[in-house]
Design a protein around this ligand. Structure first.
Ligand code: CUA
Length: 319
């Protein structure tokens, strides 16, 4: 699954909204570059042409006002701003007015301090920090529409190669959409300061070929694996406060405060991208959650070393 992780780059869009924004950005950059060249050119010309020469110490002619020049420097900026206004409005409208096609994927993304809850209401899937979507081909478009919410403070969803930024605001539904045209893993992050671990609120979007996406959906829809060989860890997990915050589908654990753990091991990272999701990192996280990501809301459960081993052994079976 770790095939190709693509770094963020706003100049290399692979999704329709990001492409539209890049085209607008280039237009604005070129217009501004043109203005810059004209202004600096006139400035340099004036400095050289009208510099003080030794010979003439006379006061230059004093000119007060020129209707033509004042009209020129009023009308030209007005026209420029008007053009920028029109093209910006056109792009915003094109990005915001997109209508979901019948086979569009609908996802609700909920911002938490400091992780992403990712729900697929129509598919009955809940996961965290990894948004899985199908690739969208021109012949067979399958865009993904996101509903953005927050349970605490304002966050911002930003995957530069897929779309612009959009805030997640408490008590408000925001919307955005992506239409990735190339399978791969695209990195994003929270783009609005949301507390001490804002920088560790990372996000990855995994774009699957159509069949791979169907397989991922089918696997995530399964209840959590029940492995009798880790029954002790399972029972310990169910008997501690873990279940108040975490859900493991098919067991009594149904907390919603923290990430859903039903398919924990299908995810690549822990703590929203803080470390890779490996056995030793999971143990380190469980031993003291405040060590790897200080300030996060998971408390130290004060487990004995034996309890820790049993619970970790249980969690690593949750594929
Ligand atoms: Cu969430 Cu910054």
């Amino acid at each position: 699954m770790q095939s190709s992780v693509h770094l963020s780059n706003i100049f290399d869009p692979i999704s329709t909204p990001a492409q539209a924004i890049l085209e607008l950005s280039w237009l604005v950059l070129w217009i501004c570059a043109g203005i810059f060249v004209v202004v600096v050119g006139l400035l340099v010309y004036t400095i050289i042409r009208f510099r003080r020469r030794h010979a003439d110490d006379d006061e230059p002619p004093q000119v007060y006002g020129s209707t033509q020049i004042e009209l020129a420097w009023t009308v030209m900026p007005l026209l420029t701003v008007f053009v920028l206004f029109l093209v910006t409005t056109r792009t915003i409208k094109a990005v915001q007015d997109a209508v979901p096609s019948p086979d569009a994927v609908h996802v609700t993304v909920v911002g938490h301090q400091w992780w992403w809850e990712i729900r697929y209401p129509a598919l009955g899937i809940v996961t965290a920090n990894e948004l899985h979507v199908p690739v969208s081909h021109q012949e067979q478009p399958q865009p993904t529409f996101l509903q953005l919410q927050s349970v605490d403070v304002v966050h911002s969803f930003w995957v530069p190669r897929l779309a612009g930024k959009m805030d997640l605001i408490p008590n408000r539904d925001n919307h955005m959409w992506i239409e990735p045209r190339k399978p791969g893993i695209y990195l994003g992050q929270c783009a609005e300061y949301c507390g001490t671990q804002h920088a560790n609120m990372l996000l990855r979007v995994i774009v699957h070929a159509h069949d791979d996406f169907e397989r991922w959906v089918a696997a995530q829809q399964q209840p959590a694996v029940h492995d009798p060989s880790v029954q002790v860890g399972h029972d310990l997990f169910q008997a501690t406060a873990c279940v108040n915050c975490h859900t493991v589908r098919g067991t009594p654990a149904n907390g919603t405060f923290g990430p859903d753990l039903s398919h924990l091991m299908s995810r690549a990272t822990l703590g929203a991208g803080v470390v890779d999701n490996t056995h030793p990192n999971l143990r380190a996280w469980m031993r003291n959650p405040q060590h790897l990501k200080p300030g996060n809301l998971m408390p130290d459960m004060q487990l004995t070393p034996q309890e820790l081993e049993h619970i970790v052994a249980y969690l690593v079976t949750l594929h």
